[in-house]
Design a protein around this ligand. Structure first.
Ligand SMILES: *Cc1c(COP(=O)(O)O)cnc(C)c1O
Length: 234
């Protein structure tokens, strides 16, 4: 292992993050092991991802299909890989081969593209519906008011299994500013579950600066990058 790899204390960072996850889980009346941690590895090289895996990480998140494919080739089948970046339809085929879960489905069309490619491989891909809870124009995701219609449409698509919702909170140094958005997503998941009968197992929300607030509001899938791997250089 090179010296550079050791500069960031990945195992130590993970231990601290896990402690904070446990605290937030307790505040929300849940057990720490009900919260799944996705280690977000965009721009992080395979050697550092391997350190995280050695420290017990089971889920890796990536924003780009090609980058994930390269790392997964290098590291082998050692984790569940999550796509957390926007997916273009022409990448759906590759994405289906690389990822165990695609968290960024935001239209019927992309769900159909994923489903077609998954079926061709004889599999079903687990997906989450990305919801734009902050209303910011820069964000992908369906509006909260469109979610029910899109969920019902995706329910009829073979080759995908919709199993929850994902959102990105507004970026603000004060994580409390995103709390109402996380609360909105949790409420939406409950309502959709009741009205559509669709199982909504996962609520993916919270990043390095706001995952505790997200957990307090019901997240059970948090996506933490810099908190584990240190600041990104790119
Ligand atoms: C990069 C990214 C993360 C992780 O962000 P950090 O602030 O580094 O924890 C989480 N979710 C999404 C969608 C991302 O793009």
């Amino acid at each position: 292992m090179s010296e550079a790899v050791g500069k960031v204390d990945v195992a130590g960072n993970l231990a601290r993050i896990r402690g904070r996850i446990a605290g937030a889980a307790e505040r929300s009346g849940r057990e720490p092991d009900e919260i799944r941690l996705v280690a977000v590895a965009k721009t992080v090289d395979a050697a550092r991802v391997r350190e995280a895996l050695a420290a017990g990480v089971k889920d890796v998140g990536e924003n780009y299909v090609q980058e994930a494919a390269a790392k997964r080739d290098e590291l082998g089948d050692c984790a569940r890989w999550h796509l957390i970046g926007h997916l273009q339809r022409n990448k759906a085929g590759k994405a289906v081969t690389v990822f165990d879960m695609i968290q960024t489905v935001d239209s019927l069309r992309i769900a159909e593209a994923i489903g077609r490619r998954a079926q061709a491989l004889g599999k079903t891909t687990e997906v989450l519906l990305q919801v734009n809870t902050s209303g910011e124009e820069s964000k992908f995701g369906v509006g909260p008011e469109q979610a029910e219609g899109v969920v019902e449409a995706i329910a009829g698509v073979s080759g995908v299994r919709l199993n929850g919702l994902m959102t990105i909170g507004r970026w603000d140094p004060d994580p409390e500013r995103a709390r109402s958005e996380f609360r909105l997503l949790a409420k939406l998941a409950r309502r959709l579950g009741e009205r559509t009968g669709f199982e909504m197992e996962w609520l993916s929300m919270g990043m390095s600066h706001d995952f505790e607030v997200a957990i307090e509001e019901g997240a059970n899938l948090v996506r933490v990058g810099t908190g584990i791997f240190g600041p990104r250089s790119l």
